[in-house]
Design a protein around this ligand. Structure first.
Ligand code: GDP
Length: 138
């Protein structure tokens, strides 16, 4: 099973991308596709459309377009729920010790990593970033 993660611009800027990827590989995830992407405003608004009425939406879009993110298609048994478990809570103050966000997030917004939250969203997000992957059997 595949899921979609993004190592966010804060973690790239802090030099933590390699450490986060190594952690994910150490947890049994296989890297199936990767792309370093600076999202356009339209892409970020589309990707986070579910949050467009939230007070933090503009700030989130500004943050996610502030630099490049590393988009990853990752494979593992139970990939979606297991990745959500090991990234930790949205707010690092509430994240379990040893999770990616506890280790690397700077704040509730600049929280190091995105992970798809359902199998349906994982499939949609993989296709959003790797449309050619449909041909390659991603
Ligand atoms: P996730 O699934 O854990 O990433 O959390 P959500 O889907 O609820 O929110 C998406 C992203 O919006 C989070 O990862 C944060 O970067 C950001 N975010 C969520 N809640 C807040 C908030 O209360 N304030 C701010 N500034 N950003 C937030």
């Amino acid at each position: 099973m595949l899921t979609l993660a993004i190592i966010k611009p804060d973690a790239i800027q802090a030099g933590n991308a390699g450490k986060i990827l190594a952690f994910l590989e150490g947890q049994g995830f296989k890297l199936r596709a990767a792309r370093l992407v600076r999202l356009t405003q339209t892409q970020a608004e589309t990707f986070y459309a579910v949050h467009r009425e939230r007070p933090f939406f503009r700030s989130l879009v500004t943050f996610m377009t502030s630099g490049r993110g590393l988009v990853l298609a990752l494979e593992r048994d139970d990939a979606v729920s297991y990745l959500r478990e090991i990234i930790g809570a949205t707010d690092p103050a509430e994240a379990t010790p040893g999770t990616v966000r506890k280790l690397y997030a700077q704040s509730k917004e600049r929280n190091a990593i995105h992970a798809a939250d359902s199998p349906e969203n994982a499939a949609r997000e993989v296709a959003f970033f790797f449309p050619e992957g449909e041909l390659a059997g991603l």
